[in-house]
Design a protein around this ligand. Structure first.
Ligand code: IPM
Ligand code: MG
Length: 352
């Protein structure tokens, strides 16, 4: 079981180290870890945010554990050399079109949410975000209008097969969990969304047991924080999923608690190949100070054990240990606590 560990920038190395320590504590036989450079650090060392050796390492692995990319000192580089391009290229190159972002308020931790406790208690949803299409990967550029004004443009599009395959992922998840599915789009304005909606309706016909509806993204943003109980699985595109998942994480209490799995169609000897990363970024303001909350990355490692290695029991052990550490008050600064990366990592390991 080969895992490529790509720590990246900012707090990435700290949070991935904590997650690796949790994996090591489980002493799983046959686990081998490799480490590679990605993001701003890779640009500085190798002249590219995703060096060919790193991509090759990711391809050879059965799963990738990813930290974060983003470095303010790289913000003025040409776009294709910026750290963020590394994660976008990894997703695209590895065919990881399905991004699973579960968001739930742990029982007893409703007070960590900025929502009223009774509303927070009902927040338990899975956001299924399409990850390799949409306006993220369309043509983009600058142009000068006839009046001589500079304009920026980005093309949004979805092909039928892209919508179909992500819809199947979401419907299968909803069916397996007995949850309702809401497809989120902006079909009242965007043609891309109208096609999305048409295809989702076709796919839905194959899942007669799943209750489903459509919702415009602006309304969905409102409902996620006012009536989170009305969501089970949210199926949505790349851009809307990016925004709604940050919103859902803030509703949970912190972006420092939300893991993610990015999956494609490739099966390995152990499970589905995937890339696992916290949904937070590199947080350069607190990097290197041992302050980052590693829980989102630790929970991402749990998702990795489940999806890429079929180790459901071990995944559940990690998740319970994180919940127990939270319940015992091991809160990072993101949650108003004062525990650092090392203390939180240790608290989780002690509760495995
Ligand atoms: C995320 C991040 C990325 C995205 C950035 C870093 C490119 O915000 O994973 O949600 O927009 O997908
Ligand atoms: Mg995001």
């Amino acid at each position: 079981m080969k895992i490529a560990v790509l720590p990246g920038d900012g707090i990435g190395p700290e949070v991935t180290a904590a997650a690796v320590a949790v994996l090591n504590a489980l002493a799983l036989p046959g686990l081998t870890l490799f480490e590679g450079d990605v993001g701003g650090i890779a640009y500085k060392r190798h002249g590219h945010p995703l060096p060919p050796e790193t991509l090759a390492m990711a391809r050879e692995a059965d799963a990738v554990l990813f930290g974060a990319v983003g470095d303010p000192s790289c913000d003025s580089l040409e776009r294709h050399l910026r750290p963020e391009q590394a994660i976008l290229a990894l997703r695209k190159e590895l065919g990881l079109f399905a991004n699973l972002r579960p968001a739930r308020v742990f029982a007893g931790l409703e007070h960590l949410s900025p929502l009223r406790a009774d509303i927070a208690a009902s927040l338990d949803m899975l956001i299924v975000r399409e990850l390799t299409g949409d306006v993220y990967f369309g043509a983009k550029g600058r142009r000068v209008s006839e009046a001589g004004e500079h304009e920026g443009w980005d093309a949004m599009s979805y092909a039928e097969h892209e919508v179909r395959r992500i819809a199947h992922v979401a419907f299968r998840a909803a069916e397996a969990a007995g949850l309702p599915l809401t497809s989120v789009d902006k079909a009242n304005v965007l043609e891309t969304s109208q096609l999305w909606r048409d295809v989702v309706i076709e796919v839905a016909a194959e899942y007669p047991d799943v209750t489903f509806d459509h919702m415009y993204v602006d309304n969905a943003a409102m409902q996620v924080v006012s009536h989170p109980d009305r969501f089970g699985v949210i199926l949505t595109g790349n851009l809307f999923g990016d925004i709604l998942s940050d919103l859902a994480s803030a509703a949970v209490g912190s972006i420092g608690l939300l893991p993610s799995a990015s999956l494609g169609e490739r099966e390995t000897a152990f499970g589905t190949f995937g890339l696992y990363e916290p949904i937070h970024g590199s947080a350069p303001d607190i990097a290197g100070q041992g302050k980052a909350n590693p829980m989102a990355t630790i929970l991402s490692a749990a998702m990795m054990l489940r999806h890429s290695f079929g180790l459901d029991a071990e995944a559940a052990r990690i998740e319970s240990a994180v919940a127990a550490a939270l319940a015992d008050g091991f809160l990072g600064g993101d949650l108003g606590g004062s525990h650092g990366t090392a203390a939180i990592g240790e608290a989780v390991r002690a509760r495995l």
